[in-house]
Design a protein around this ligand. Structure first.
Ligand code: AMP
Length: 294
C-alpha cells in the first residue's frame, strides 16, 4: 500500500494504474476506521481493480460548535487496517493540500441545493456544502470510476449521487448498507465519545427504526404518527437521549413526507447523548404498494 500526502504523487500513481487498464475505486473517509469503513473497502475491491482510500478530517463540514478539534484520529492504526484490507493508496492530505488558501480562504463551493435544506442539512447549516465541496475535490484528484459511501449517512449519499449527475462526473456512486454492532448500534467513529451508560442506551436509534418498520408492515402509513411513535420509543427506553430530529421524508426530495406514505421514503434520526450526536436511518421503498426495507 502506498501512503501518499501530496496531490501530485496521488495523480501520478492513479494515472499509472489507469494506464495499465485498471478501474479505480475511491473510498472517502475521515479516518479512525471501523468495520463500516472496511466494508466500503471490500465493496471497492469487489467492484474495481485499484482502491484509493482518502482519510481527511474536512474542516469545512464542521460547524463552529462541533467536534472538529476533538474528532478522533489514529493514522498509524488506520494505515495498518487499510493495508490489511487491500487498499492500494492511502491518501491522507494536509489541510493545505485540500485548501490551498486555508479552509477560510475557499471562495468557490459546491452548492448542494434544496437537498441540503432538510434533515441533517437543516440541523447542521453548511455541513453538506463542505461535504460536497471536498468530495468534488477528491473526485477531481482521483477521477475514480466508482466511489463508495455508506447508507448510514443516507442524506450525504443522496446529495453526492445527485452531485455526480448534475456536475457530470464520470463517477458511479455506490451506496453500501450500514454496518452495525451486535446490539444494532450503527458503527461510527463518534461512538468512542459515549460513556458506558450512553453506549448501553445508544441502540435505541436502531430499535426505534425497527419499531417504525413493524408499524409500517402492520399498515401504518401516517408519517406524523410514525415520527411520534419513534420519539415515544426513544423517550421510554433511553432517558439519556435527546432527539435532534426524527423525520419521515420523501427519499427523492428529502422533504417531509405527505399524508399517507406511498412513495419511497427515508426515515432519518439524529439523537444526542450528551454532546455526542448519533444518526441512523431506514429506507422504505414501495413496490406495488408493498413496503421493502433497507
Ligand atoms: P466518515 O469517516 O464517518 O466520514 O465515513 C466515511 C464513509 O464511511 C461514509 O461514506 C460513511 O457513510 C461510511 N460509514 C460510516 N459508518 C458506516 C457504517 N456503520 N456502515 C457503513 N458505512 C459507514
Amino acid at each position: 500500500m502506498h501512503r501518499i500526502e501530496d496531490a501530485v504523487s496521488l495523480r501520478k500513481l492513479v494515472r499509472d494504474a489507469r494506464c495499465s487498464g485498471r478501474s479505480v475505486g475511491l473510498v472517502p473517509t475521515m479516518g479512525y476506521l471501523h468495520e463500516g469503513h472496511l466494508r466500503l473497502i471490500d465493496e471497492a475491491r469487489a467492484g474495481t481493480d485499484f482502491v484509493v482510500m482518502s482519510l481527511f478530517v474536512n474542516p469545512t463540514q464542521f460547524g463552529p460548535q462541533e467536534d472538529l478539534d476533538r474528532y478522533p484520529r489514529d493514522l498509524e492504526r488506520d494505515s495498518s487496517l487499510a493495508a490489511n484490507r487491500g487498499v492500494d493508496i492511502l491518501f491522507s492530505p494536509a489541510t493545505s493540500t485540500m485548501y490551498p488558501d486555508g479552509s477560510h480562504g475557499q471562495e468557490v463551493w459546491v452548492d448542494p441545493g434544496r437537498l441540503a435544506h432538510h434533515l441533517d442539512g437543516a440541523a447542521r447549516p453548511g455541513h453538506f456544502r463542505g461535504v460536497a465541496t471536498v468530495v468534488a475535490k477528491l473526485f477531481n484528484l482521483v477521477q475514480p470510476d466508482r466511489a463508495y459511501f455508506g447508507q448510514k449517512d443516507a442524506q450525504q449519499a443522496i446529495i453526492l449521487s445527485r452531485m455526480a449527475r448534475d456536475l457530470a462526473y464520470a463517477v458511479e456512486v455506490i451506496v453500501v448498507p450500514t454496518v452495525r454492532a451486535e446490539d444494532g448500534l450503527a458503527l461510527s467513529s463518534r461512538n468512542v465519545y459515549l460513556t458506558a451508560e450512553e453506549r448501553m442506551q445508544a441502540p435505541v436509534l436502531y430499535r426505534a427504526l425497527r419499531e417504525a418498520r413493524s408499524r409500517i408492515e402492520a399498515g401504518q402509513r401516517d408519517p406524523r404518527e410514525l415520527e411520534r411513535s419513534i420519539r415515544e420509543c426513544i423517550a421510554e427506553r433511553a432517558p439519556l437521549a435527546r432527539v435532534d430530529f426524527a423525520n419521515v421524508a420523501d427519499l427523492e426530495t428529502l422533504q417531509p413526507a405527505e399524508e399517507q406514505l406511498s412513495r419511497d421514503t427515508l426515515i432519518a434520526l439524529a439523537v444526542f447523548f450528551g454532546s455526542t450526536r448519533l444518526i441512523d436511518n431506514q429506507i422504505v421503498r414501495f413496490v406495488d404498494g408493498t413496503p421493502r426495507f433497507s
